[in-house]
Design a protein around this ligand. Structure first.
Ligand SMILES: [Zn+2]
Length: 143
């Protein structure tokens, strides 16, 4: 099997942060694993492409579950009747179970549970959030 060592290869330079010509330093079974940048001379592991600006690692993947907040929220939104009043969420207002609210950040929400006189759980498009309500403190207004 012929070696690729010493050949030029177009690779991503981790130092120059550009696609540049590199010299192949190490190959294993014709898979390039280490290269040297012809521009800056740095040796690094071979990357065939620019790194993704948004790495997928750490991303929550919940597939196949229809009861995740997004799926549930989608269903609630689809079932929403046009005559249902949507209340603007304000911390000093009181909400009831099944109320539909509009939050200035989280968007459309459905009151899922009343925990106490001042606490409720609201289903938003990405998650269920615990929200305050019925507060007398005007300083607790949403920012
Ligand atoms: Zn370089």
């Amino acid at each position: 099997m012929s070696s690729l060592i010493g050949n030029d290869i177009d690779a991503y330079c981790t130092k120059c942060r550009l696609m540049l010509y590199h010299i192949i330093l190490v190959d294993r079974d014709n898979v390039v694993s280490r290269v040297k940048c012809k521009t800056c001379g740095s040796e690094h592991n071979y990357r065939s492409a620019l790194p993704s600006p948004h790495p997928a690692k750490g991303k929550k993947v919940k597939s196949g579950l229809s009861n995740t907040p997004p799926a549930q929220w989608e269903r609630m939104k689809n079932d929403l009747k046009p005559n249902i009043p949507i209340k603007i969420y304000r911390t000093h207002d009181t909400f009831r179970l099944k109320d539909v609210i509009q939050h200035h950040v989280f968007g459309l929400g459905f009151v899922e549970q009343i925990i106490s006189d001042t606490r409720m759980e609201v289903l938003f498009s990405d998650s269920i959030k615990r929200m305050v309500m019925n507060t007398e403190e005007s300083s607790l207004r949403p920012v």
